[in-house]
Design a protein around this ligand. Sequence first.
Ligand code: TXA
Ligand code: MG
Length: 329
Amino acid sequence: MKLNSADAELLSQAVHALQHGDVIGLPTETVYGLAADAMNVVAVRKIFALKGRPVDHPLIVHIADSSQLSRWAIDIPEEAYVLAQHFWPGPLTMILRKQAMVPDEVTGGQDTVGVRCPAHPLALVLLQQFNGGVAAPSANRFGRISPTSAQHVRDEFGDAVPVVLDGGECEVGIESTIIDLSSKQPRLLRPGMISQDDIEAVIGPIGSNADRQSPRVSGSLAAHYAPRTPMQMLPRHELMLEYLRRKQEGMRCEVLCLDELPDGLNGLSLSNDHHAYAHGLYAAMRELDARHADLLLIEQIPQTSDWLAVNDRLGRALVGAGVEDLEST
Ligand code: TXA
Ligand code: MG
């Protein structure tokens, strides 16, 4: 990749920061990450402190390519290499049995490690130059909306994270698909833009764990990805009636619609293509949340398999919306 001089300068600052145990804002194709040297436990602890994340929630290790898998994992099944060949660099995280040297701070004390190779040119150059694994959760405070631009990361952490690599808007917009390959039967732990069908087309049938609650995947807690404004999801017609009814009660509502925003309603609209919707979802939720309305009305999205990952994120946002202290929920 050819870098302009400003990017090259910021990139060397970022590599330097990682080498010195600091935390940086990292662009990926899914969402921005809060990144540190995965082998430096002091640096990794800083991520948890900044996010306010419980220490038993494991982090994903980002690597430059699949040749580095064996630095982090053991007993790597053939499927892992086949999936890496098909989907890496890309929004797929694989859970594998960990190498003994992987710090407990990264894995939350488990004997497995999450690994992925992100499809973002700046992230890839950074990983190559750093020549190590970079632990990075999404760069938001625990339970809140994930960031999809460098500005979101700055809004969230300000001076506490001085180096944020600006890689523009994240293309995918929602977090990676997570597949657990650490036991005989592969299982899908978190849905994402790489669907179960996409994966099964490559390695055959897998099980799904995505809708079972498990502390192993923090994104699987019921309340997650949540705005501070209370939220409600309704089909379009009911949403319009609800908007008017609430308005008469003196409440200020904002809406998030599919396609076009109906006349007279305050809010935003997103495309009815699921890729474009996912790409814009978190930025729209952040913007609507910042308007400090009394209620966010979200238009019901399709319930088809294409929309599974977006439904998953919106469903969790609905549970956590309006809750001030998510850590106690
Ligand atoms: O797209 C993404 O995956 C983004 C970007 C920055 O790469 N990262 C991300 O990280 O979403 P985070 O920490 O917000 O979510 C990662 C999920 C967590 O829910 C965590 O519990 C799960 O991955 N995870 C990591 N290691 C795991 C392991 N060993 N076993 C089970 N789940 C694991
Ligand atoms: Mg997250």
